[in-house]
Design a protein around this ligand. Sequence first.
Ligand code: B16
Ligand code: MG
Length: 216
Amino acid sequence: MSKTRIKGLLFDLDGVLVSTEQNHFHAWKSIADKYQISFDELDNERLKGMSRGDSLKIILELGDILISEDEFNDLLHLKNQIYLDSIQKLNQKDLLPGVLALLNKAKSKNIPCGLGSSSKNAKTILNLVEIETYFDSIIDGNGVEFPKPNSEVFLNGAMELGLTPNEIIVFEDAESGVKAGKDGGFFVVGVGNIHIKKSVDVFVSSLLDFNLDEYA
Ligand code: B16
Ligand code: MG
């Protein structure tokens, strides 16, 4: 991919723009504890970027637990309540380093930005951290049939921006999202999570280290 051809940016949410992964972890941990399933931060690594339902399936598999569909849906609801309670005080100060500067830089260069998140709470979070207006497209967990690692979330975003994948940089922090981006034909910049360093096109410790002028 030529570095001069970038015409759009697609951002993952959790782990790239804002970090609520610990909130997800603690909410899942309380569900796991309910069933005496051993669940630690390393197990949680597998859930990053995965949909709520797929995450619960993985946790129940860890404990070899079978439950009814109703109980499964009740647990999804309970986990989300615990998670939402824990992010009530989220605000713009919780944006990860370099986020606002990059969004403003993109705006000044007329480079459209989109969100590609697995979270069904994405709009709530964007509102809390006050960056919703920066996005020309928002595709979240409510808008896809096949969640990450499927590429649908980013392909839909590309379509809404009116661009092709090879004209777009995807910013991701999770293995599932990197696969979604790479399989979709996007240039993927890995952010923060050292575990994905080998799978991405470029890796940065934080968005502070990403210079849009080198690409667009
Ligand atoms: P929700 P992302 C993902 O967001 C999180 O990384 C993942 O941990 C979470 O399970 C998923 O959203 C679903 O979130 O329960 O809020 O719908 O990284 O794709 O922005
Ligand atoms: Mg993420």
